[in-house]
Write a protein that binds this ligand. Structure first.
Ligand SMILES: [Zn+2]
Ligand SMILES: [Zn+2]
Length: 271
């Protein structure tokens, strides 16, 4: 599946490019897990945003894939959000209109309102036509795998550091600190501690609102092969206390259940 997603300069949606994408339910069918997406922006509306964009004109600015989709518990309108994987920004804008012709095919019946839809299914040819206007490099026989020449070096680097020893620990902390996985995990699990329920915003008010640690729940010793992280199953929010306790012993990382049991045992003694 191939889909265009629109990002607005100013928006009520808590979107983060390459991390998360919020959308109304009607677009769910175009954003199934694994869908190849192209990021799009319409024409500039407010001058102040000009410097944050690749072009003032309607344009495409990156590719990515849909990770998973979730019902947005924060939304009153039953909206959804998707985690985004494999984001590669374009270095230059790809204009929506090339030599007075649109790159997207607009069906006759949709001529008057086509651009109103922020999420638009496209065919495979249109996807590759848009991507062919950039300097991305195809990396596999699979037609949809691309890599940016700018990030090839980093990619090699990360593969190498993985093949050395002491890799696992580094990777675990990298995932725990990576802002993309943090945002995704918090969107999915919320920002209260999964072990004790502590919420920084409730306790310390707005000064600490949204503060939480994100813990990687695969034990360090079992973490051997590089894989794409799944923020739903691999990451969990923990308060600073519980996170310290979980990592207290170097040779063993406590599971969330074990941590919860410690807390329960302790409170039982008191009652
Ligand atoms: Zn806690
Ligand atoms: Zn941790």
């Amino acid at each position: 599946m191939y889909t265009i997603i629109t990002e607005n300069d100013e928006s009520a949606w808590a979107d983060k490019t390459g991390f998360l994408y919020h959308f109304p339910k009607k677009y769910l069918k175009h954003l199934e897990p694994g869908t190849n997406i192209i990021y799009y922006k319409g024409s500039l509306k407010k001058k102040a945003f000009s410097k944050t964009r690749l072009s003032d004109y309607p344009h495409y600015f990156g590719i990515a894939k849909i990770g998973k989709t979730y019902l947005d518990k924060e939304s009153s309108k039953n909206d959804f959000f998707a985690t985004i994987t494999d984001f590669i920004p374009f270095r230059e804008a790809v204009l929506a209109k090339d030599d007075s012709k649109y790159l997207e095919t607009i069906p006759e019946s949709r001529k008057s309102n086509y651009w109103r839809d922020g999420v638009r299914a496209i065919d495979e040819n249109t996807y590759h036509l848009i991507v062919s206007k950039t300097n991305l490099i195809k990396v596999s026989e699979q037609k949809t795998a691309y890599i940016s020449d700018a990030i090839t070096e980093n990619y090699q680097d990360s593969l190498e550091s993985f093949s050395e020893g002491k890799k696992s620990k580094r990777y675990v902390t990298t995932y725990e600190r990576n802002p993309k996985y943090r945002e995704q995990a918090i969107a999915i699990h919320g920002n209260s501690c999964s072990a004790c329920g502590f919420n920084f915003g409730d306790f310390y008010e707005s000064y600490a609102e949204g503060f939480i640690h994100v813990h990687h729940i695969v034990p360090v010793s079992e973490f051997e092969v590089p894989k794409e992280i799944d923020p739903e199953t691999d990451l969990i929010p923990l308060c600073a206390n519980c996170h310290s306790v979980v990592h207290r012993k170097k040779d063993k990382t406590l599971s969330i259940v074990e941590t919860k049991n410690l807390i329960a045992d302790n409170s039982n003694q008191k009652t």
